[in-house]
Structure formats: structure tokens, C-alpha cells
Write a protein that binds this ligand. Structure first.
Ligand code: GRF
Length: 209
């Protein structure tokens, strides 16, 4: 057993995705390498063609597809989502490119348990299409943030950020790739901080020790 595993609390994770799942992969890799003392019990996608589902299956992780299109409204979809999540008793719910806005009901039910990664240096550039908006704004610096999910969209307290330069000649794709490479470092690191007790969440706030 690696040193990290001895000093940390084992975390049971549920990961929600909608797409490629490269952040999911970075968490799987951190667990497999022994640097993150955790298990991903289930990966849930709202999109049945999300490549992340294949990544999960390859690693022997249970997968669930719950398309929002199969439910009458957001609440019913989230209720089904919640029933699946509860079967696995996760300590943290990891949003890794999950492209659905979560209702106040869901966020309250799992208060202090949900983390998200957002491709900007929050509080700047909340919302979508961040890379193009950063270019349009003439920023010289960009990055990614892992934050606690609270009722304000992309507004919860930040656990960790990573910065990248905006370089001459960048377009949204080159910038996205530079940011994504940092995301793959900081998301497993943020989860590790919860496992080691470096940070904990209480009443929608982060407490660092
Ligand atoms: C990432 O850019 C992340 O910041 C955003 O959605 C994207 C997910 O990418 N929330 P992937 O599915 O993890 O590859």
C-alpha cells in the first residue's frame, strides 16, 4: 500500500458525465496509480453515446445511462438520478463534464457533496463557451477551477485552480486543450484533498486545514 493511502480516508465516488470523460479518466488513473485513495462506484451519463461510458466499462466500473429526454421534467430525471446515486452510497458526487444544470432540490439533497470542474478561472467566465469568450475578451491568462457545487451556477467556493497563458495565435481548440491538460491534474488533486482532510465542506463553505 502506498504512503498516501495510509494517510488518507477512503472515498467512495459517483461520477456524472455527458461526454468524452477525459477528466473521469484522470481520476481513474489517479486511483489506479495509488495516488488517490478512492473508488468510483458508478458512472452515470445523461447521454448514451458519451465516450466516458466506455472508459468506465473498461475499468470495470458500473455504468448507468439516464437520458433526460426520457423524463417529463428536470425533477423526475433528477429523482431517478438520485435513486441510482443512493444505491452506491457515495461520499462525493463528481461532475466531470456533466452538461445538465442541477436543480436546487438536487443540490440541497447532496449539499457539501458535489464537486464540479469548470474551464475558467472562476469567478470569471461562468457558463458555457468559456474558451472563445476568453479569447474575445483579450485575456492573457485562462485556466480551470474545481469548485463545490452550491445553488448558484458555477458560483460555489473554489477548491483549486490552475492557470495557463493565452498565447498569440490561440483559438478555442488550442486553448481548450491547454486548459484540459491542467484539469486532468487538478481534479484528482482536489479529490485527494478531501480524502486527506486538507479540505472539507460544511454549509456550502470550504474549510482548509
Ligand atoms: C471540461 O472542459 C470541463 O471543464 C467541463 O466539461 C469538459 C469535460 O471534458 N466541465 P471531459 O468529458 O472530462 O473530457
Amino acid at each position: 500500500m502506498k504512503e498516501q493511502a495510509l494517510e488518507s480516508k477512503f472515498l467512495n465516488l459517483a461520477v456524472l458525465i455527458s461526454g468524452s470523460g477525459s477528466n473521469l479518466q484522470s481520476i481513474i488513473d489517479a486511483i489506479d496509480s495509488g495516488s488517490l485513495n478512492a473508488k468510483i462506484s458508478v458512472v452515470i451519463s445523461n447521454n448514451d453515446s458519451a465516450y466516458g461510458l466506455q472508459r468506465a466499462s473498461r475499468s470495470g466500473i458500473d455504468t448507468v445511462v439516464l437520458s433526460h429526454l426520457d423524463y417529463a421534467d428536470r425533477r423526475q430525471h433528477e429523482q431517478a438520478l438520485s435513486e441510482y446515486i443512493d444505491r452506491y452510497h457515495p461520499e462525493l458526487i463528481i461532475l466531470a463534464g456533466y452538461m445538465r444544470i442541477l436543480s436546487l432540490w438536487f443540490v440541497s439533497k447532496y449539499a457539501d457533496m458535489i464537486l464540479n470542474i469548470h474551464p475558467s478561472l472562476l469567478p470569471k467566465f461562468k457558463g458555457t463557451n468559456t474558451h472563445q469568450r476568453v479569447l474575445d475578451a483579450g485575456e492573457t491568462e485562462h485556466g480551470a477551477s474545481v469548485h463545490l457545487v452550491t445553488e448558484e451556477l458555477d458560483g460555489g467556493p473554489v477548491v483549486i485552480q490552475a492557470k495557463v497563458p493565452v498565447k498569440p495565435g490561440d483559438n478555442a481548440e488550442t486553448l481548450r486543450d491547454r486548459v484540459l491538460a491542467k484539469e486532468h491534474i487538478i481534479y484528482p488533486e482536489a479529490i485527494k484533498w478531501f480524502s486527506t482532510g486538507k479540505v472539507r465542506a460544511e454549509q456550502s463553505k470550504l474549510i482548509f486545514s
